[in-house]
Design a protein around this ligand. Sequence first.
Ligand code: KIV
Length: 263
Amino acid sequence: MKSILEFYKAKKENRKISVISTYDYWSAKLCEEAGIDAILVGDSLGMVIQGKDTTIPVTLDEMIYHTKAVRRGAPNTFIIVDMPFLSYHISVEDTIKNAGKIIKETGANAVKLEGGEAIADIVYKLTSLGIPVMGHLGLTPQFINILGGYKVQGKTEESAEKIKKEAKILEEAGVFSIVLEAVPSKLAKEITDMLSIPTIGIGAGKDTDGQVLVFHDLIGIFEKTPKFVKRYLEAGNLIKNALKQFDKEVKEKHFPSGEHSYL
Ligand code: KIV
């Protein structure tokens, strides 16, 4: 994807969109080489990279640091950056300054904000100023202290209706796409059919316009992953075995051999 216009075009032409959430140079490089449509520098880096329990402590400077590395690895890929918790809530002025800092300093193409009606004015303002915004509904990790856990959202008729209403409000406010996280497949399909902008699902079934997974989940770095993740590789085990082999060869004095030494 080169611009948000290609997101719209993909939806119109019924072409699915692939998005990977990742945070550094080498993984971004692999994503670009593999032809992934867009990279999300997610605030999930607080958990995946920093080992924290939630995304709440992630800072704007950390998002910028990681996005710069991602841009160097994927110079030709559309990059979306999560605005971290409370970086788009305090005032319109602060939000514009923070979003502008992300876009200007990193070369990213868009920002992602969690929430619905409460952020509609901010979405409108940012898009009017030339900053594309992606929405995020359903399980919104920055609301973990309200949601009380990483649970499927929109299971009751009332909560499903609320998510649908917020999706429409976000579309009208100007988002170019919406992430739907951990919602029943039927609800994700209804929202996808209702909107003219693409939905990107994670744990939202097969009918969204695109899919996003976290890089480290997809390659199987950690022992456990949520039900909605398909592990395309068991990289955690492969890497651990390589490290064990290195450890053994160092201790048994088999590494380095002549082949890996300067004569
Ligand atoms: O932070 C993140 O990586 C995300 C995706 C999982 C959608 O928001």
